[in-house]
Design a binder for this molecule. Sequence first.
Ligand code: 16G
Ligand code: MG
Length: 545
Amino acid sequence: MAQFQEVSKLSALHLKPAGLVLQYGTSGFRTNAKQLDHIMFRMGLLATLRSKKTKATIGVMVTASHNPEEDNGVKLIDPMGEMVTQDWEEHATQLANADQEDLLTALKNIIEKEAINMSQEANVFVGKDTRSSSASLSQAVLDGVSALGGHSKDYGLVTTPQLHYVVCCQNTQGKYGEATVEGYYTKFCQAFIQLTKNTSNRTDDQKHLCLDGANGIGALKVREMESHLKKELQISLNNDGSKGRLNHQCGADYVKVQQKPPTGIKINPGERCCSFDGDADRIVYYYTDSEGTFHLLDGDKMATLISTFLKELLTQAGLDLKIAVVQTAYANGSSTHYLENTMKVLVRCTKTGVKHLHHVAQEFDVGVYFEANGHGTVLFSKAAEEKIQQLAEDTNVNDERKKAALLLRNTINVINQTVGDAISDMLLIEAILAIKGMTIQQWDTIYTDLPNRQLKVKVADRRVIDTTDAERRAVTPAGLQEAIDNLVKKYRQARSFVRPSGTEDVVRVYAEADTQESADALAHEVSLAVYRLAGGVGDEPKPLH
Ligand code: 16G
Ligand code: MG
């Protein structure tokens, strides 16, 4: 077939290095950019097939998120703006790893397995982050699409959530918004302005936010968006990419992992600050107090603020909708305790990785999901949106219910429901703080985090660790869970779990307890148990103190 001739011809320009094997990981392929040209071409092919199969537009984002500048990666986006379904992750891995001479066979296997009608039109949206390798790699994706005769639209530099958004807009015929970056700003900023409109006593201080753009795409896009905010939010932008290196000593991941402010930013005591990651799908907030102590407000704190706000509004509106918060095992025990016992909100725990949280959140009328690392959003069921809309339009309800319904409607519109989005989360948090007249310090004191520690252990093969109960318990190797249970018993308010990383060749260890010393000691002891029982390599883990 002529189609496949074109694939053969163009694939010769995107040769796979012999012997290279890569996996579609937790969120796509990610490695040194030099190894990715053939992967990008092939993901262009795969996205075209996925588009034919779903008869809808598919997205391909070229980014390696919070990884260093020299890395890159690629994520596929399904029609409603969600991450590509797991069966297709397997197709992606197979297509990516097929030897050069077997590429057509691998492609035809997928076509056959999925019974794809090759005469169906295909449409693929492509976006990229600011890495120097992204331009040529996104061109390789476009080549892949054109090799199979698909249509493509190159959105150029966009944040990951912006691409998710435009894909969803396109496939819902504009119901979700206009499928342009301009449409994105208009939708979210208008909702933000509506939300904050009646918070008349907001001072300039409260309107001011200090932002670390991680020297990445988020910084560029916030600058582009600024005029839409009409000074209702005044952002001082740091690490905007004009000097520093992408994600280098800055960005959400750095701040969360190091538990300290990014470099390249001057923070006044008490000032509200936030950091985006390299593709702007994660955000964390922080401030330093008058003694110079750093305070981090992570995904758990955001989930708590947002779910409390929504629960209050639902009650005021008199709407009987089921709200839940979805977390992972990394959620601080204090946050879970506060949500379940004080807020009386249903909490569910899933495996790490956004797609798992997203799917569980879909089971509720209002599903708030956040990973502690700052990736999260809120999902509203169709029925919930309709009920809120109806109430907002109803002329026979009292003022309190009406006001709550209008706030809920604007809240829905400020949220990017397709995926966690640093820009949209920032607007939502800023709006909630404004409406509640709350400072970042007040938000921080809703509950106090339990001291915790994360460590990594190198083992010969991390697959020897198998987990259950949303990664909170280890099933194998034999004896490991028992050892962890016995160690946890030695400390107060303690909890610990281990899991093989989905993005790095290590086993991750998490521990929390009533004091930092205890959390550190427990994390160390559990690391030793992993090292001894799960085939540790290199030096034995050393105590932290
Ligand atoms: C990926 C995931 C993130 C998860 C992290 C865990 C997405 C978009 N990203 O970055 O959600 O927290 O992996 O990494 O799903 P780990 O398996 O190495 O701990
Ligand atoms: Mg990211």
